[in-house]
Design a binder for this molecule. Structure first.
Ligand code: AMP
Ligand code: TRP
Length: 346
């Protein structure tokens, strides 16, 4: 094979049906940022992709003091149920819990040994999460190596994520390139796929901060939970921070108003310009009502499907067991390749 043919194979080996892997942490109930940044694109492309989605419960252990065992077990299943409630079809996708596939942790160790420490210290998420803490677990630093294993074990071409994860996917690519360089072609090089709109939804109470699960726990008006009941949605959205102008002007829109505009535009599938024209010169109350309506239309059916799925835990576990078996089949084949390349396990 020529060098360029080998490079083409590494870049995009699944030409007809790109291979996809993504995942979310089971830290808490998911929010609208998770939906618009990641989940929605998973669902929209499920017919054209060979896709695997995991709930990354091992990643949740990086802040062990935050979660007790029974809660973690429950949340992991709840996040899987939310994937399905948002429209992921277990027949067309492989959906599983990360800890059910031990190959992730094993591959992660091998990659930890080939990843320079400096690459990990550079990650903005590590800097943010470790800042101001006296002591953090080593897992917080090596977290992106486990993420790399999640992705590389499935030869994923595409990793659909919100903007905050792009750095981790680029690191995964670097880890794969370094491994391939050291031990010969082993891994496919993945790339992050970020939605055109909604890749970074900001907090409603403070639009300078990204909407995040951990802040939602402390500040109720911060985020829009996918499972929030109607009265909570109303309260959060109607009290969103805007600015001291009384009416909407796109050119001078403050970060809070732009965030509402982005949410509305991506939920109804219209451009910022179209929405701006519609609301130009009108009061912020009108804009917020439109956001509330669009959000309610999206999350009400999700909440109802979620409740039905959680009512049948036996069926949910059955689906996740099937997903884990399908994932293991693929992961173990890749791990064998990796172990053979480095000279262990033979
Ligand atoms: P996490 O909540 O960190 O487990 O993230 C799960 C997925 O949601 C990842 O693909 C993130 O990039 C995405 N995501 C998280 N927060 C946001 C946000 N505020 N806006 C857009 N996407 C987000
Ligand atoms: N680090 C990701 C987040 O916090 C979660 C994650 C773990 C992930 N493994 C992954 C995302 C693999 C995409 C692919 O959101």
């Amino acid at each position: 094979m020529t060098d360029s043919a080998a490079a083409a194979l590494r870049e995009a080996p699944h030409v007809d049906r790109p291979r996809v892997l993504s995942g979310m942490q089971p830290t808490d109930a998911l929010h609208l940022g998770n939906y618009l940044g990641a989940l929605r694109q998973w669902v929209e492309r499920q017919d054209e992709r060979d896709a695997l989605f995991c709930v990354v419960d091992l990643h949740a252990l990086t802040v062990p003091e935050a979660v007790d065992p029974a809660t973690l077990r429950h949340r992991s299943r709840a996040v899987a149920a939310l994937y399905f409630a948002c429209g992921l079809d277990p027949e067309r996708n492989v959906v599983f819990l990360q800890s059910h596939v031990p190959e992730h942790a094993e591959c992660s160790w091998i990659l930890t040994c080939t990843t320079p420490l400096g690459w990990l210290y550079r990650m903005t998420q590590f800097k943010a999460k470790s800042e101001g803490r006296d002591s953090v677990g080593a897992g917080l630093l090596t977290y992106p190596v486990l993420q790399a294993a999640d992705i590389l074990l499935y030869d994923a071409d595409e990793v659909p994520v919100g903007e905050d994860q792009v750095q981790h996917v680029e690191l995964t690519r670097d880890i794969a390139m370094r491994f391939n360089h050291l031990f010969g072609d082993t891994f496919v090089l993945p790339r992050a796929v970020v939605p055109a709109a909604g890749a970074r939804i900001m907090g409603l109470d403070d639009p300078t901060e990204k909407m995040s699960k951990s802040i939602m726990v402390e500040r109720p008006g911060h985020g829009i939970g996918l499972l929030d009941p109607p009265d909570v949605l109303k309260k959060t959205i109607m009290s969103a921070v805007t600015d001291s102008q009384r009416e909407f002007r796109f050119e001078h829109a403050s970060p809070g108003v732009r965030n509402l505009l982005t949410i509305l535009a991506s939920l109804v599938g219209e451009s910022h310009e179209t929405i701006s024209e519609r609301f130009g010169g009108r009061g912020y109350g009108d804009l917020k009502k439109a956001v509330l309506e669009a959000v309610s239309e999206t999350v009400t059916p999700i909440r109802e499907r979620f409740e039905a799925l959680m009512d049948d835990p036996v069926e949910l576990d059955r689906i996740l067991e099937r997903g884990a078996a399908a994932a293991r089949e693929r992961a173990s084949a890749t791990l064998q390749r990796v172990k053979a390349a480095v000279g262990v396990g033979g």
